[in-house]
Design a protein around this ligand. Structure first.
Ligand code: NAD
Ligand code: UGA
Length: 455
């Protein structure tokens, strides 16, 4: 058997665990990297050529390393027993019931993992928090880990992940920074240095930041809160643009060229989605409330409130334009995923918007290059009121309106003259992501409603 310099394990083979470990394995052939999950179906998919997550470039990375130094398995105890470094990348959803319901992070999966590590380990391990967790979670972990099995078998580090879906491989290969939090004791610093060495295989040293554990945990929540806040901020500006004659794309450009502000994350739209922004802001707001910082909690909660408002406002704009009735009108939804280049629909604005359109009596033709299975899992056939149509031309046929909810590149390149010809008249175009050439659509005869510019 080949001998490896280090054995790395990741518990949780999801959107973060799978791609992150694939890149580590690819960059560090001297390490053995194993990814385990309790979901056998997911592990089988990681071992096939139909990976459980779609990310551009990921299959190549996996195929380069899989079977050589990258392994996917369901044998959690054996993997724990042999590992030197254990990343924990399980899900940390919002708590559904009990204290903090709807706000606080549910740490049951994390805690289960810690208990399992304690049971199966009899050699020293570095345990790395990869999941996004409330500040001070590492302390709870250390407590669970230190029971029975003796005090100093485990050192807990915080190493949050900043990858975005759709660009996971590029983000992992070339991160803006890597953050590693540790205790400031000799043992903590030694463990931290082991993890620094892992990343230093491909990340420049000056991009590897070390800090205390709590700063590292807080940095992750703060980064997501800042990003989401930019989206809510530009959406509030967009909404005022619509009535004032300003154009939000021109405003974003003018604002973003200030180097202190920067051009990214200033696209107005139907609101942010994804599994993390809302959950992480609510988790941050909950931390604020628990610390007695109500004004601070209110501030961050308002970012989520504006986002909910944005989705409802989009539906209202459709209703207003379409004579206050959706009853039995066919609406083609272009895009269902929460962003392009992913099949992920978790917390997608499309879920809320489609649900509201169904409430209003509409019939939906949902189209998306990657997320139709996800959409089907949400709405089923809704008594025949929802169709799932791969081809946007088919989805638009005989529809009264098109609503663009995800900015897939494909939607920029369609033959809208042909689409217009096949629609009911008057034909409406609600561009929730500002992907289309609005003047051209107008000339074809569409009633065009972009976000953040006069109709
Ligand atoms: P996910 O739901 O895709 O994956 C989590 C996996 O953990 C699941 O496959 C689940 O079966 C597995 N799991 C749960 N308990 C387990 C156990 N006891 N043993 C083995 N496996 C177990 O979640 P994700 O999107 O990968 O997110 C994981 C964490 O990373 C979350 O805390 C999230 O906030 C954070 N995060 C996510 C992203 C993202 O883009 N999705 C980015 C940065 C950080
Ligand atoms: C986000 C962060 O960007 C990552 O750094 C972080 O690691 C991750 O959350 C996480 O913790 O899960 P992700 O949710 O995958 O990544 O995707 P983003 O590109 O951030 O987009 C989030 C949402 O905001 C999408 O619905 C997108 O359409 C929306 N958005 C983004 C806008 O509406 N306008 C923008 O200008 C940018």
């Amino acid at each position: 058997a080949q001998s490896f310099e280090k054995k790395i394990l990741c518990i949780g083979a999801g959107y973060v665990g799978g791609p992150t470990m694939a890149v580590i394995a690819d960059k560090c052939p001297r390490y053995k990297v194993t990814v385990v999950d309790i979901d056998a179906g997911k592990i089988a998919a990681w071992n096939s050529d139909t990976l459980p997550v779609y990310e551009p470039g990921l299959l190549d990375v996996v195929q380069r390393a899989r079977g050589k130094n990258l392994f996917f398995s369901t044998d959690v105890p054996a993997a724990i027993a042999e590992a030197d470094i254990i990343f924990v990348s399980v899900n940390t959803p919002t708590k559904a019931t009990g204290v903090g319901a709807g706000m606080a992070a549910d740490l049951r999966y994390w805690e289960n993992t810690a208990r399992q590590i304690r049971q199966c380990a009899d050699t020293p391990k570095i345990v790395v928090e990869k999941s996004t967790v409330p500040v001070k979670t590492a302390e709870a972990m250390a407590q669970i880990l230190s029971m029975e099995n003796g005090g100093n078998l485990f050192e807990v580090l915080s190493n949050p992940e900043f990858l975005a879906e759709g660009t996971a491989v590029a983000d992992l290969e070339n991160p803006d920074r890597v953050v590693i939090g540790s205790r400031q004791t000799p043992e903590g610093v030694a463990a931290r240095d082991v993890l620094v060495e892992v990343y230093a295989n491909w990340v420049p040293r000056e991009k590897i930041l070390t800090s205390n554990i709590w700063s590292s945990e807080m940095a992750k929540l703060a980064a997501n809160a800042f990003l989401a806040q930019r989206v809510s901020s530009i959406n509030t500006i967009a909404n005022i643009c619509e009535s004032s004659g300003a154009n939000v794309q021109e405003v974003s450009r003018a604002v973003g060229m200030d180097r202190r502000i920067g051009p990214k994350f200033l696209n107005a739209g139907v609101g942010f989605g994804g599994s993390c922004f809302k959950k992480d802001i609510l988790s941050l707001a909950y931390l604020c409330r628990e610390a007695g910082a109500d004004a601070e909690a209110d501030y961050w909660e308002s970012v989520v409130r504006i986002n909910e408002h944005q989705k409802e406002r989009f539906v209202r704009r459709m209703l207003d334009a379409m004579f206050h009735s959706m009853a039995d009108k066919r609406i083609a939804l272009f895009g269902f995923a929460f962003k392009p280049d992913t099949g992920d629909i978790r917390d997608a604005p499309a879920i809320t918007i489609a649900g509201r359109l169904l409430d209003e009596g509409a019939v939906l033709a949902i189209s998306d290059p990657r997320a139709l299975d996800g959409a089907r899992s949400v709405f089923g056939d809704a008594d025949g009121r929802v169709e799932y149509v791969e081809d946007p031309y088919e989805a638009a046929k005989k529809s009264h309106a098109i609503a663009v909810l995800t900015e897939w590149q494909a939607y920029r390149d369609l033959d809208y003259t042909a689409i217009y010809a096949a629609m009911e008249k008057p034909a409406f175009f609600f561009d929730g992501r500002n992907v289309a050439d609005h003047a051209a659509l107008f000339d074809m005869g569409f009633n065009v409603y972009p976000v953040g510019m006069p109709a």
